[in-house]
Design a protein around this ligand. Structure first.
Ligand code: ADP
Length: 497
């Protein structure tokens, strides 16, 4: 087919990878060990570039630089207005370089270029402008107390923040963490995901061009059990924020507890229900449920990965969901009009195919897809299962791939019980025209986000995070700010003693 041909002849992104070193104290440097690791093009499995492999020693150097930039300034000592202006200048520069940055992101991650350039990079720019706006609006309270006392609170930065991000939205999640951390006056050591190190290095260089002082933002590429663990257990890191799998989140939290009890924000996995009620306009519900699952190759922590459909509309829904998946445009993510590129790497590719086999073996009905797409790289056919039962592995585990699992429900009480019967609680979608149904479900669902008749809305001001084992703390918005601030109470007698 033509799509398969496009995959066999990958389009060259027509950019070069200029920066592959660690960025510590405003300087590009090699890893102390001298080691590098390959980062791979998911379209082909070919190596794009070799990147400096940061390790314990590099994390130590980066934390020392961040410590100095915090303790001696200038970052926390600058006026908040100056910090805000640097962040705004960075946002402008990033906007100017959208094309190169989006190309790097697509090359390293495999997501459609149009998605990166038209949706994600603009969201990153917006996020930095949003948090730049907060920098000079952070203040405490005047607090009533018994007696002749003046009591106030100061909202202060923690100091050095260790930020660990995954590969599915490399720059977007960079902005969710670096934005508020810096706006509050903290300094940062960022550990990128080993699958996608390139874009963060590139934009962090732009940040320095915008006037960021050395040491304020340090970027260490490298692996989780080495660089990530070193950051999590560092005695001189004052705050940790992690996005990734629930299994790794537990490790990171334990490392933080065993070292210096640094507070930890966690944004972890999910198995989010997308509930289609009996009054739904089926065509619209199908389209929304489709994008809720398949967006970003299904590699979203909040993917609507349990499609629960009322029995009255179930048969029609399944037929149309299948037809929609068969129409999904898969191909080279640099081509225009592509909806789905390759999965991130061979490990995820194999894992997803294994889940698909498990779905078939456990008796779910395979409506579409089920196999590799083409013969090269990590592409997978958009896959739809119907007749999925709650005890099947595909209904319980986070697959993180283009696999939609549809099952039937009879009434609201049942669907609430089943939706909540998960150790996860990240998000839920509700599709209904009935206000009472929407309100009932909204109150009953044990999740951090409920999207009613919409999905994947990620405005800068809207908080995001999980109930249960999907995480702790919130990112974005005013709630995200508080993750990077600690409160100091100051008590003063009104009169000299
Ligand atoms: P995924 O399955 O999405 O790769 P992970 O949770 O393993 O999820 O990865 C998310 C981030 O956590 C990556 O930057 C990864 O390198 C890092 N990481 C993995 N293992 C550890 C660990 N033991 N300690 C700290 N960070 C880790």
């Amino acid at each position: 087919s033509t799509a398969a041909a496009a995959i066999d002849e990958p389009i060259h992104p027509s950019i070069q990878v200029d920066h592959t070193q660690l960025l510590i104290n405003g300087q590009f440097i090699d890893a102390a060990s001298g080691r590098t690791f390959p980062t791979v093009d998911p379209r082909t499995g070919d190596v794009i570039a070799r990147v400096a492999e940061g390790d314990l020693e590099d994390v130590n150097r980066a934390v020392a630089a961040a410590r100095k930039a915090f303790d001696e300034g200038p970052w926390p000592k600058m006026t908040a207005y100056e910090r805000s202006r640097i962040m705004l200048r960075f946002a402008d520069l990033l906007e100017k370089h959208t094309e190169e940055v989006a190309k790097l992101e697509t090359w390293d991650n495999g997501k459609p270029y149009e998605q990166a350039a038209k949706i994600e990079i603009p969201m990153v720019v917006r996020m930095f402008r949003y948090y730049a706006g907060w920098a000079d609006k952070i203040h405490g309270l005047t607090v009533p107390a018994d007696g002749q006392l003046h009591v106030q609170t100061l909202h202060e930065p923690y100091g050095v923040c260790g930020l660990i991000i995954p590969w599915n939205f490399p720059l977007l999640l960079y902005s969710w963490k670096v934005g508020p951390a810096l706006a509050c006056g903290n300094t940062v050591v960022l550990k990128t995901a080993e699958q996608t190190p390139l874009s963060a290095i590139y934009v962090s260089k732009l940040f320095h061009e915008a006037g960021l002082p050395p040491g304020v933002l340090n970027v260490v590429s490298g692996f989780g059990p080495t660089a990530g663990a070193a950051l999590s257990s560092h005695m001189d890191v004052n705050k940790l924020s992690f996005t990734g799998s629930t299994a790794t989140g537990k490790i990171v939290l334990a490392l933080a507890a065993k070292s210096n009890l640094k507070p930890v924000t966690l944004e972890l996995g999910g198995k989010s229900p997308f509930i289609v009620c009996k009054d739904a306009d089926v065509d619209k519900a199908v389209e929304l449920a489709h994008s809720a699952l398949f967006f970003n190759q299904g590699q979203c922590c909040c993917a609507g990965s349990r499609t629960l459909v009322h029995e009255n509309v179930y048969d029609e829904f399944v037929e149309k969901a299948k037809a929609r998946a068969l129409k999904r445009v898969v191909g080279d993510p640099f081509k225009t009009g592509i909806e789905q590129g390759p999965q991130i790497d061979n490990e995820q590719f194999k894992k997803i195919l294994k889940y698909i086999r498990s779905g078939i073996e456990s008796g779910a009905t395979l409506e579409s897809g089920g196999e590799q797409f083409g013969s090269k790289g990590y592409y997978i056919q958009p896959t739809v299962f119907s007749n999925v039962q709650d005890d099947m592995l595909i209904a319980k585990d986070e697959i993180f791939g283009p696999v939609q699992s549809i099952s039937k429900f009879k009434d609201l009480e049942e669907v609430v019980q089943r939706a909540n019967a998960s150790s996860y609680g990240l998000a839920a979608g509700v599709f209904t025209q009935n206000l009472e149904t929407a309100n009932t479900l909204t109150r009953a669902l044990r999740v951090g986000t409920v999207w009613i008749n919409c999905y994947d809305i990620f405005d800068a001001a809207v908080p995001f995070g999980g109930f249960k084992m999907s995480g702790q703390g919130r990112e974005k918005g005013i709630y995200g700010l508080s993750s990077y601030l600690q409160v100091k109470a100051v008590v003063t007698p009104l009169k000299n003693p």
